[in-house]
Design a protein. Sequence first.
Length: 190
Amino acid sequence: MTEEAAPLPPITPGVARALSPLVRRIACADANGDPGLNTYLVGIDEIVIIDPGPLDAAHLDVLCGCGGDRIRWIVLTDVDEEYSAGAMQLKERTGAELVAPAGFHGADEVLGDGYKIDATEFRITAIAISDGSDGRYSFVLEQERTLLAGDHCDAGVPDELPAKVKSFRIKSIAPGHGQYIENAKSVLIL
């Protein structure tokens, strides 16, 4: 007899959802009020925000309310406004260090392939999609073997990505839109 997995709870914009001991998701609302981009908060004592999303005061209020003065870093999987427009305002409100791909105006540090954030309870490593020149990145939360993928796996896995993340033995994927994927093997061929 096989046991079926329980259905995942729906994504509710503006509501923090714990996905693992170190990862929380807060979805932005799209123009219709439906779930849009996923913003991730990683960490407890020190927090990194991945993809702060659009310049939406209500969404930024929720991020600040959940992370407060523990937000230390802001990073982007993509420089498109959907992912990054709120980054500068979030930086101003929290004093966090903004780490972004080359050419993103206002960044404190330039993101590159292999860039690491070493926090008190976790390490995140940046993985450039292709060569990184297009400003597209994913991040690996090493302690939980989670790929914070942005939307870079939505239309299929980029050819270079499986080889780049193989050594991390990825277990789960936190996508830019939609539900958390518990079984990375269903998406990545490692």
